[in-house]
Structure formats: C-alpha cells, structure tokens
Design a protein around this ligand. Structure first.
Ligand SMILES: Cc1cc2nc3c(=O)[nH]c(=O)nc-3n(C[C@H](O)[C@H](O)[C@H](O)COP(=O)(O)O)c2cc1C
Length: 364
C-alpha cells in the first residue's frame, strides 16, 4: 500500500511570471517550480499510461531524468469501493517524487470521496483525467466523455479542488471532435476553479490516437494572457529534435511523453541532453538495454509477485528490442518463460548473441 510521505510539497505558483508569446517563449521562460522543489526550466513528464506507468516502469524513467511522473489512471468508483486493483495503483515511493495520482470518474460524490482517499496516499499532485477516449470510460461520461459537457467538467473539478488540500491538475484533449474544440475556454474555466496546471494532448476524442497531434491549439492556450498556470504539451513527442522544435515553436512549459518512452526510458535523458547541449547521445548498446530490461523484470516481480510480474513484462519486450535483427525467436522465448530466473538466462544469452552489433544500429 501507499508509502508514508516524508515530504509534502505545495504546488505553489509554478512560474514566477508567465512567458510571452509562443515562438519567443524560451527567452522568457522562468524556472518551473513545484512548491519549493524546482522542476527545472523545462520539465519532462512521464504521461500516465494504463498498464505501463506502474512503479517498475516509473523507476526506470526516473533514473533517466524524468522530472515528474503520474500513476496509471485510477477509477474513483474502484477507489471508494476498495477495489484491490485501484488501491494498488496508489502505491508511491519516495524516489518517485514529485508524483501525481491520476483519477477518472463522472459522479460528483465519488470524485470528492476519491480525492480524500488520494490525499491519504500523499502524492504531490492529484490529476484528473478528462482525456481517456476508451468507449467503456467515455460512455459513463468519464475521461474524454466529459468533453461533451464542459459545465459538468467545471463543476466536478471545482468539487475536487475543494475536497483536497493537494494541488489539482487536469489532463485533457482538445475537444470531443473537430467541431467542438473548446480547449481555450476549458483551460480558462478550469484555472478559474483552481487547477494548478493543465496537460493537453493535441488530439480530439474522435481522433483516438490517429492522425497527428495538433499543437497549434495547445499554443493558443499558452499564449492566452489570462492563463497563468503551467501548460504541458502532449502528443507525438518521440525524439530530442522534435522535443526542442516543439518547445521553441509552441512555447509550452514542459513536455509530457507517453508512447515514445515505452521500451525507451532513455528518451528523458536524450531530450535533456539535447536541450542542454544541442548534441544527440548515442543509442544505448545491447548491454545497457539488457541490463535495464533485467532490472525492469526484477522490479516488476518484486512489486507484483513472480507470476503477474513475469506475465506483465511480456508487453514490453517488443518495444525494448524493436529493430534488432532476427528478434522473433528471442521474443517468443521471452514471452514463454514462466519465471524471472529463466528470463535472466535468456537475456544473458541474447547479450552474447548480439554483442557484435554496433550500438548505433539499434533503433530506439
Ligand atoms: C497504453 C496507453 C495507456 C494510456 N493510459 C492513459 C491513462 O491512464 N491516463 C491518461 O491520461 N492517458 C493515458 N494514455 C494517453 C497518454 O497519456 C498520452 O496522452 C498519449 O499517449 C499521447 O501522448 P504520446 O504521443 O506521447 O504517447 C495512455 C496511452 C497509452 C498508449
């Protein structure tokens, strides 16, 4: 269950002053702060991802320099009914801080009660998910479903803000579909009821994950002089070059990265290094990759138990070893191995088999 927090940081004013304009934003950007904790000039956030951003994966992303992380989304109905799966997602560890717990729901009373439960787990932030496009969430008017009823979204958010002393943030999409992109209005109204940061995925619910994320709408929120909370941009950041290009072009206060981190927690290190020096780091070699995969397995087993820990690692191998020649046979051995010890043996064999491959040949 949730670890006792040693520190509690107040979210506080995230930036001393709001930057001016999109293109020139880097010149004016000020230090990102989380209470007394400085997140740096340009924080990189690990996106909340169901079945991915659990403590074992978060450990690796933190190691690679991720500035702020979120739990997988947690159903408020599950939380208030003590559902084991929901409660387990409240597990947070000191090394992960600062961390946000993300909830989703549609009922006012449940959201308020869940906010109290989350507070007991002592994260730095409570984040509300208004972006999940999945049918079974949307049809209950939760996640992105609420993008069809902005008044209700504002009401729910207001209630959550009032139910907790934690800083509340929101993650959402541009709108329900192309005809209902109200993100500028949404950001203002949510700020008015007290949220302290907003993360915007530049797609509509209708797009799901198709097409390209449209960051022009995100930039409009950033440039709105009424908006003084941090705006984090999200959608399709998959390389250091793109990260810097979008940072400069759209003026966001930080980047939230999801899919590109799966099988590649090094992306945080790579982007940081590129932002600071303009140089690209070489891809991790096979030895480094395998060492990280082994650690991922060990963390997974120690947090979930041997059976589930081994089982749930299966979804990661494809991404970790993407681009390796003749990977199919190895992958099928990895997904059939029943215990961690056997996985370690296979991975050691892989390391020897691929030792001739130049690290630059590996696709990240
Ligand atoms: C496997 C998976 C699970 C996700 N689960 C969540 C979630 O629990 N909460 C949430 O707000 N978004 C969730 N998302 C959306 C991501 O946080 C992010 O907004 C989206 O992937 C776009 O960012 P990206 O292009 O960097 O991946 C999920 C995405 C993926 C691929």
């Amino acid at each position: 269950m949730a670890q006792t927090a040693l520190n509690f940081f107040e979210w506080g004013p995230f930036f001393e002053e709001k930057k001016i304009g999109g293109i020139f934003a880097p010149l004016f950007q000020t230090m990102a702060k989380l209470g007394d904790t400085e997140l740096g000039d340009f924080p990189l956030l690990l996106a909340p991802m169901e079945d991915v951003s659990d403590p074992p994966f978060r450990f690796l992303c933190k190691e690679q320099g991720c500035d702020m992380m979120y739990t997988e989304f947690i159903s408020v109905e599950g939380l208030i009914r003590d559902a084991q799966k929901s409660l387990q997602k409240l597990d947070i560890y000191e090394h992960e801080r600062p961390i946000g717990v993300q909830i989703f729901g549609a009922e006012l009373d449940s959201m308020m009660r869940a906010a109290e439960i989350v507070e007991e787990a002592k994260p730095e932030v409570l984040d509300i998910n208004y972006g999940c496009p999945v049918k079974k969430v949307v049809c209950k008017m939760a996640g992105a479903g609420i993008l069809r009823d902005i008044d209700k979204m504002v009401k729910l958010t207001d209630a959550v803000v009032k139910s907790t002393s934690l800083p509340v943030t929101v993650k959402t999409r541009l709108g329900w579909d192309n005809d209902s992109i109200f993100i500028e209005e949404v950001a203002e109204r949510l700020q008015d009821v007290g949220i302290q940061a907003i993360s915007i995925h530049g797609r509509t619910r209708k797009q799901m994950y198709k097409g390209e994320a449209d960051w022009a709408h995100i930039a409009r929120v950033v440039e709105n002089p009424r908006i003084h909370i941090p705006v984090f941009g999200n959608g399709d950041i998959d390389s250091p070059q793109k990260a810097v290009e979008y940072k400069n072009r759209y003026g966001v206060d930080g980047l939230m990265i999801g899919r590109a981190s799966i099988g590649n927690p090094w992306i945080f290190r790579d982007i940081k290094h590129y932002v600071e020096t303009g140089e690209l780091l070489p891809s991790p070699g096979i030895k480094d990759k395998i060492a990280v995969v082994k650690r991922h397995i060990d963390h997974s087993v120690s947090w979930k138990g041997e059976k589930l820990g081994v089982l749930e690692m299966r979804r990661h191998y494809g991404q970790y070893f993407r681009g390796l020649p003749e990977i199919k046979t190895w992958r099928s051995r990895l997904v059939q191995a029943p215990v961690a010890e056997e996985l370690h043996q296979i991975l050691s064999e892989m390391e020897r088999a691929y030792s001739h491959i130049d690290e630059l040949q590996l696709v990240k």
